[in-house]
Design a protein around this ligand. Sequence first.
Ligand code: NAD
Length: 325
Amino acid sequence: MAAKIIDGEAVAKTLTDQIIADATELTAAGRPPHLVAVQVGENPASKIYTNMQRKNCEAAGLEYELLELDEGISQNDLLAKIDELNNDPKVTGLILQMPLPSQIDARQVQVAISPAKDVEGMHPENMGQLFYGGGIVSACTAAAAVELLKQTESNLAGKEAVVVGHSEIVGKPIAAMLLQSLTESPTVTVCHIATKDLASHTKNADILFVAAGVSQAKWRGYNRKKKAGEDVSLPDLTPLITGEMVKEGAIVIDVAINRIPKGFDSGGAPLKNDKGKNAMKTVGDVDFEAAKEKAAAITPVPGGVGPVTVAMLLKNTIACAKAMA
Ligand code: NAD
């Protein structure tokens, strides 16, 4: 039986309706949620994100400010700016745009953001709160992935959950969130690059989260080597999780976003679009077409975790603003 397709856009819309109501209330009380994005230097990828942040914030009634700092700013000056924003009562949320220039120690700056304004849920204090089951914010993507699971299945006790990927922003916080209930958590296994037999784990998963980004990493690695003049053959861009690796009736949450070519010509060159550029597609880590024939429910890419992640950023911004009010 074909799986239920989990509609991230619909879940994001429901979350956003509540965010709009909360933002309206806070603004009426004279405490408008005010998010500041700090960007150092110019970066085309960052611009896409900040434009999206502005659009989403403004549509939901949150104030948004983009603070553009000079590419050459020193670590100390950037830390002083963060300190100023931490102490500005008008600012209720702070987001640090990545990447940062090489003279900046990104971790040190991220940690300097006040945990009370850390709308990305990345501060060690907020990460630590996940283990205590408290805190007002949690890492946006992990929270989005777990939200989609909970909207699909509320009874997790006794289930086998497998998380593929153990990064700080996705895999680890997903595992921590799944383990929050003392009595109704699933049994959680975390797999990663050094896992010996990935399929043996995923085949047992009643709940499968995948956040590895393997195809894109392979495609980027291939291009890097090619640019450096190395003799390199086309990478195998088969999804990390094939249909056979999915258990019948599983719930599959595919977090990955891989931008890879749509296909290749007979000479191994990527197919071109109308503008003569490589024709690209966005896919997850799971072979969606094959997995949807076995799973009970599955997220699409795009349209699954992505839109809910954006809503979670706004939800965290509201949570910080409320806690400060
Ligand atoms: P990361 O590079 O920090 O971590 C990748 C993880 O995958 C690591 O734990 C690594 O051990 C594991 N991994 C790599 N190759 C593997 C393999 N062959 N088998 C098993 N595990 C393997 O990446 P990240 O920042 O956690 O992001 C993961 C994916 O999630 C990426 O595709 C990224 O684009 C996507 N992402 C999506 C959103 C969203 O809003 N939907 C947000 C953030 C990240």
